[in-house]
Design a protein around this ligand. Structure first.
Ligand code: HEM
Length: 174
């Protein structure tokens, strides 16, 4: 997986909890304490997943809490700096969420044999979207956290519910 995900998690943990905690996370994940993830490199999927799980253990938080903190930080602090254009093109949370296949395909173009997540969209009614998660990585909780983060960025009170390991239901109030 593109290293930008682990790089963002590192920045979040260091900013909110300090460098010592991040080094403890790396150690728990079985990695050297001075590991640096470069945003543009390809990082082994299993290493990223181990780092996410180690973050929950070291900080004593649930996967949902970690995913929500990551989603908020990615959407409101980290990505606006490096992926500005995708925000400029979307005026609402809905606009942003509907372009996620395009954004993931584009940002992983430079990664050899990239396998970006793919999403399916099915409207249940005017306000309720079922968004399918297509990936072998099993990170649907992170997906839910990121969508809550989109709501925070656009200051919209969207509701996100996990309905299975491959689908979320998103309610847009307007
Ligand atoms: C500025 C907006 C975003 C950018 C630039 C972005 C970019 C990326 C990148 C580069 C990866 C690594 C993918 C790979 O190497 O295969 C990734 C992973 C991921 N992204 Fe995003 N992302 C954004 C927002 C979102 C949002 C809003 C969602 C919610 C649908 C989302 C869902 C995911 C998931 C679930 C993964 C983990 C990979 C997987 O499960 O296969 N992303 N994203």
């Amino acid at each position: 997986m593109k290293g930008v995900i682990a790089d963002c998690l590192a920045k979040l943990v260091i900013e909110k909890f300090g460098k010592e905690k991040w080094m403890a996370v790396l150690e728990k994940a079985g990695l050297p304490r001075d590991t640096i993830f470069l945003a543009v490199e390809d990082v082994d999927d299993q290493a990223v997943i181990r780092v996410i799980e180690a973050t929950c253990k070291v900080l004593n938080i649930s996967m949902t809490q970690a995913a929500d903190a990551f989603g908020e930080y990615w959407m409101t602090s980290f990505a606006p700096k490096i992926y500005k254009t995708y925000y400029r093109d979307a005026r609402t949370a809905k606009d942003f969420i509907l372009k996620m296949n395009f954004v993931h395909a584009e940002v992983t173009q430079t990664i050899r044999n990239a396998r970006p997540p793919k999403f399916g969209y099915e409207w249940k009614d005017n306000n309720t979207l079922v968004m399918k998660y297509n990936s072998t990585r099993g990170l649907i909780d992170i997906m839910a956290g990121l969508i809550r983060g989109v709501g925070k960025y656009y200051q919209e009170d969207i509701q996100v519910k996990k309905i299975s390991n491959t689908a979320l239901e998103i309610f847009f109030p307007s």
